[in-house]
Design a protein around this ligand. Structure first.
Ligand SMILES: NC(=O)c1ccc[n+]([C@@H]2O[C@H](COP(=O)([O-])OP(=O)(O)OC[C@H]3O[C@@H](n4cnc5c(N)ncnc54)[C@H](O)[C@@H]3O)[C@@H](O)[C@H]2O)c1
Length: 438
């Protein structure tokens, strides 16, 4: 059994490297700087504000998660990253337009100091963007080596004890696994040969894993979800996780879906549409990038509702997801869900959800938690796919042959029990035994 004795203390600085200095990552960084100065609260972050029950309910032990497990402190975080544009994090945040100018100005010096390194980029994978701040290396293997060098230099220059990497860059076009993704050996050969099936995000993930840096994927791209990289992360003892931050409409879906299913209410149809206007929306306006997102969003309901087990209730459900680029919305996404349900004797009812959400405001605490828990995982000697962090993903990565769990409440139980297990506490199964006869 793992125990707290085996977890290395979070001493020294933790570097958080993000490919993609855009809306999500700059909202995340600005929030951490603001929280450090007590200018705002890290709302939505389990690592900062969450509590965890320990032992029996009668024991009344409910410490803050950050007092229970040894997590890096916000004061010890250093940020870095890459982007295809050379804007520093302050400029990128102003351009993204998520946070108010007053707040951004109060953290301007910290934010301006985060300057992106030149990116590994390939226009074929993000068709609606063109940048000028890009590495020029002859092969994909050379690009990987350049990223490994960036990581080493960042670590040294910022005096970091540890580094984690969280993919916050644009969604790449839909890619399916091919033979070059099947083993580390085939993948490395493909890198040398500049194989077209190797996406930039995979090169970042490879560089991270080779550097012993935990890697989490916030976008729906395949990235680290290929046998070559899961094999490498296992062999090199590096935690990995993915994919696609669970925010916005999908977050609502994984909250509502399990509730309807728990009461065995049938569903005929679930129509979800979104309008959004940020750069993410612009990228997703390309059909191939949208396809990557669509696949990630569609998988959720089937897994929650289990139509094969409940055919009368869910077998014929029509599920449709649309995303529309509408520039006036900026980062203020608006989503509509029309849910056609049925109950007792098949009587029909409808639920309408109109969520006026700020995507990056929902994503920022997810990035922070993932960075801190991935660092914890590494210090606790956990390796490979970190399924206990499924709670944070739309399309959770699992070991081959396992079905992902999408129900947010089951994910939360798994997450909390993993923390209890790591700290040598009794796992909680919510079974009360006191009402049984002796
Ligand atoms: N906001 C959310 O709630 C949410 C939820 C789930 C997933 N995501 C995903 O997170 C990612 C970031 O979202 P965002 O709103 O910040 O988008 P954004 O467009 O504001 O930022 C992405 C940044 O990545 C940069 N980029 C693209 N390719 C790159 C590469 N190869 N290397 C380095 N930089 C690169 C772009 O120039 C851009 O600045 C997207 O993939 C999005 O789909 C966001």
């Amino acid at each position: 059994m793992n125990s707290k004795q085996n977890i290395k203390k979070p001493e020294g600085k933790l570097g958080i490297l993000v490919p993609g200095i855009g809306a999500v990552s700059t909202t995340f960084m600005a929030g951490v700087f603001a929280a450090r100065k007590n200018l705002g609260k890290p709302i939505g972050s389990i690592s900062q504000m969450g509590k965890i029950r320990l032992g029996k309910r009668t024991e009344n032990r409910n410490p803050l998660v950050k007092d229970f497990v040894p997590l890096a402190s916000l004061d010890d975080i250093v940020f870095g990253g890459w982007d295809i544009f050379s804007d520093n994090a302050y400029e990128a945040a102003v351009r993204a337009g998520v946070l108010e100018k007053d707040l951004l100005n109060s953290v301007k010096d910290d934010m301006s100091a985060v300057k992106p390194m030149p990116a590994v980029f390939n226009h074929k994978f993000v068709k609606n963007l063109d940048g000028e701040h890009i590495k020029k290396e002859p092969t994909k293997m050379d690009e990987a080596k350049a990223l490994i060098k960036d990581i080493q230099e960042f670590k040294k220059n910022n005096n970091c004890d540890r580094v984690v990497m969280i993919w916050c860059a644009s969604t790449e076009v839909y890619t399916e696994e091919t033979e070059v993704h099947q083993s580390a050996e085939a993948f490395e050969k493909a890198l040398e040969e500049n194989h077209p099936s190797i996406a930039p995000s995979m090169i970042y993930a490879y560089a991270a894993v080779k550097s012993g840096v935990p890697f989490a994927n916030g976008a729906p791209n395949l990235t680290v979800d290929i046998p070559a990289l899961t094999e490498l992360s296992d062999n090199l003892n590096v935690p990995i996780a993915g994919k696609d931050f669970k925010t916005g409409q999908t977050l609502m879906k994984t909250i509502l879906g399990p509730g309807l299913k728990a009461r065995l209410l049938g569903i005929n149809g679930w129509f979800s549409t979104n309008i959004l206007g940020n750069r993410d929306g612009q990228v997703l306006d390309d059909a191939e990038s949208f396809k990557t997102k669509e696949v990630s969003k569609l998988s959720v309901l089937d897994s929650i509702l289990e139509p094969e087990k409940y055919p009368e209730l869910y077998k014929d459900m029509y599920h449709k997801v649309r995303i529309n680029y509408y520039p006036p919305k900026g980062d203020d996404k608006e989503s509509w869900d029309n849910i056609d349900i049925f109950g007792w004797l098949g009587y029909k009812m409808q639920i309408k959800v109109n969520f006026l959400c700020k995507d990056s405001i929902l994503a920022a605490p997810v990035v922070l938690d993932l960075a801190l828990f991935m660092d914890l995982a590494q210090r606790a000697k956990m390796k490979g796919i970190q399924e206990w962090l499924s709670f944070y993903f739309k399309s959770p990565q699992t070991k081959e042959g396992l079905e992902p769990i999408h129900d947010i409440f089951l994910q939360k139980i798994k997450f909390e029990n993993t923390l209890r297990y790591l700290m040598g506490e009794t796992l909680i199964n919510h079974l009360g035994l006191d009402y049984y006869e002796e």
